[in-house]
Ligand binder design. Structure first.
Ligand SMILES: [Fe+2]
Length: 292
């Protein structure tokens, strides 16, 4: 078994819900996961289809999500908003979000603190924002506009640093603290992303967590990828490592009761290799570790 059960011995004092990603078109998997989770997290781009050059939500997957009913709350996690692009957020993503929210009640919605396009060209990768005053002003204005548009809690997630940082006015934690102070938005802390940064760039998780105002963390992500050419990749293809779960437990304790859910992230492409049983077992272990 890839993940040991050591972390079960270090249960947290705060009860936190468990969530899992679900990208649709695998109702058997959904049925296996629902007994273990309180939240299902959906990514709008993944549950969409392109017809005649127009992207729209898949009616098949939307039916699956609506059928979840009271078995789990729904949260939306986007990848295409590109809140950090200088030319502005993606209108296509906002349209998908409008359409989704017209049909499904969600507890909150979220995105990554980064950008996926430059001058309208998609990069094929998500890059971290520069942590400058100018970038902070820009992203705060956009967060406020999104909060006003949807009247729902909005969270932003720390992403991995694919390339080393450009010169910054803020540290990573300092930028997140300023962002949450100015806008009141919450954070998703992806603790596996922190581990990737530590492995790839010598990032100090300890220093980051010492500086971060962890009471702004509402959601945590646990996941695991693979190492390729010495780099740890956040490809979400494995069961979570014990170290990742223990780090999430640490942040839950730091959040002072404000963290509400720990979400296990995995790609649909990883499901055949992992298997439904292993995914259900992973969620069961998380439930034991965090629901006490
Ligand atoms: Fe994540």
């Amino acid at each position: 078994m890839a993940a040991s059960t050591q972390y079960l011995q270090q249960q947290v004092n705060t009860c936190v819900s468990i969530g899992a990603t679900y990208e649709g078109r695998d109702p058997v998997l959904l049925e296996r996961m629902l007994p273990f989770v309180d939240y299902i997290e959906v990514t709008l781009e993944t549950i969409s289809e392109v017809h005649a050059s127009r992207i729209s939500l898949s009616s098949e997957v939307m039916s699956e999500i609506k059928n979840i009913g009271k078995a789990a709350k729904i949260i939306v996690h986007g990848v295409g908003l590109s809140i950090g692009s200088h030319e502005g957020c993606s209108p296509t993503y906002l349209q998908l979000l409008d359409d989704f929210l017209e049909q499904v009640d969600v507890a909150w919605h979220s995105e990554h603190l980064g950008y996926t396009k430059v001058d309208g060209e998609h990069l094929g990768i998500m890059l971290a924002m520069p942590k400058t005053e100018e970038a902070l002003d820009m992203v705060c204005e956009r967060v406020t506009a999104i909060q006003e548009r949807y009247n729902l809690p909005f969270l932003l997630e720390n992403i991995v640093h694919v390339v080393p940082d450009s010169p910054s006015d803020y540290s990573d934690a300092g930028f997140l603290n300023a962002l949450t102070d100015r806008t009141g938005c919450g954070l998703i802390l992806d603790v596996y992303n922190l581990e990737c940064d530590a492995h790839n760039h010598g990032f100090s998780i300890q220093a980051f967590l010492k500086e971060l105002q962890a009471t702004n963390v509402r959601e945590l992500h646990v996941a695991r990828g693979v190492e390729h050419n010495g780099l740890l990749l956040d490809v979400h293809s494995q069961l979570a490592n014990t170290s990742t779960v223990e780090l999430a437990q640490h942040v839950v304790r730091q959040s002072g009761g404000n963290a509400q859910v720990v979400v296990y992230e995995f790609m649909p492409e990883a499901v055949p290799g992992l298997g439904h049983d292993a995914i259900a077992e992973q969620l069961g272990r998380l439930r034991t570790a965090f629901r006490n």
